[in-house]
Design a protein around this ligand. Structure first.
Ligand SMILES: [Zn+2]
Length: 342
């Protein structure tokens, strides 16, 4: 195991770089997410968030928590309900069965409400619909075919989570876009995960559905707990102790930085195996709410109204090319199941 942050390949990967094996380790890990931002991009994200939230005093925890706790006398985080569209890509019989979708959504709700441990982030997920696409190329290489796949399937505006489930290479479990990228590339916004990582899937160490929990953390703007290694500002969250490098497997103890606190090996934003993951922190919940306010909240709020664009809804094109208009998640509340491109 290497200790230098500079040795983390994901920190060096450009957004469209080819996935790489990490640390020469043969075991499957959460590593090598293809769209990981590098340190400069992370710094730009933090600066843009501070600008959008209208405060230059981000080092003041009281100030930082204000927006997220808005409307709550108790200090608990405001409820965010995220509309979710699941896009199942299959190669004939190979791919995710529909029956697994409900299990994945349930795991998301349990994880983000603190049901496995840690804080209740206030975030909940509501399934709005499922699309089905039988496409061998997209299934086998959802990164290579990312643009045509998302152009055809994506639903809703910045507030809608589009979760694409296909098959990734052996060394990648999932990848996500960040809220900061939405304005430039709205059609690419979303999360892609390997179907085998969904609860009950065949990946022994990664089949509890926590890959989606982790990647959706990025979709909300959370960084890895090992971001910046031991150096400030770390992951820009105060209550996640700094760690020099990602966690592999599930060590009983790990403490890689001189600052107080052992490594957050059980945090969903580290790289441990699913059996080791169980928590978000209060600080991560606050950051999720800040990001939501700045980039994803569907209706602009008072003072923030001028700092972000109104939620532009991407109409979902007919997947079969027949020109059928499908209501977007932003327009209707009923669940819908759409058969596409069969
Ligand atoms: Zn990640």
């Amino acid at each position: 195991m290497r200790g230098s942050p500079a040795s983390r390949p994901d920190a060096c990967l450009a957004r469209h770089a080819v996935p790489q094996r990490r640390h020469g380790v043969g075991a499957l890990t959460h590593a090598a997410e293809p769209r990981e931002p590098g340190p400069d991009e992370v710094a730009r994200m933090s600066a843009d968030l501070a600008r959008r939230l209208g405060t230059a005093r981000r080092e003041d925890p009281a100030e930082r928590g204000n927006a997220a706790r808005r409307g709550s006398a108790s200090g608990t985080l405001e409820r965010i309900t995220v509309p979710v569209w699941v896009h199942i890509i299959r190669d004939h019989a190979l791919g995710l069965p529909d029956s697994a979708v409900a299990r994945q959504i349930a795991v998301l709700n349990t994880a983000y409400s603190g049901g496995y441990g840690g804080a209740d982030t206030g975030v909940r997920f509501a399934l709005k619909g499922i699309t089905h696409t039988d496409n061998r190329s997209w299934f086998r290489d959802p990164l290579g075919f990312e643009e045509p796949m998302k152009k055809k399937l994506r639903v809703g505006g910045p507030e809608t989570l589009n979760l694409y489930i296909a098959q990734l290479s052996r060394l990648v479990l999932g990848y996500s876009t960040y809220p900061y990228w939405y304005d430039d590339e709205p059609v690419l916004d979303g999360v892609v995960i390997d179907w085998r990582s969904v609860p009950g899937g065949p990946l022994r160490d990664f089949a509890r559905g926590f890959t989606a929990v982790h990647e959706i953390g990025h979709w909300f703007g959370l960084l890895h707990t090992f971001e910046n290694g031991c150096k400030a500002p770390g992951d820009s969250v105060d209550d996640t102790p700094a760690e020099a490098y990602p966690t592999n497997g599930c060590p009983s103890k790990k403490d890689t930085c001189p600052a107080p606190g052992g490594d957050p090996i059980h945090n969903f934003m580290d790289y441990a195996q699913d059996r080791c993951m169980r928590e978000f922190t209060v600080g991560q919940g606050v950051r999720v709410h800040q990001m939501w306010d700045a980039y994803r909240r569907p209706a602009p709020l008072g003072a923030d109204a001028g700092t972000r664009k109104a939620a532009a809804t991407i109409e979902r094109p007919a997947a079969d090319g027949a020109g059928d208009e499908v209501p977007s998640a932003a327009q209707g509340d009923e669940e819908a199941v759409i058969e596409a491109a069969r």
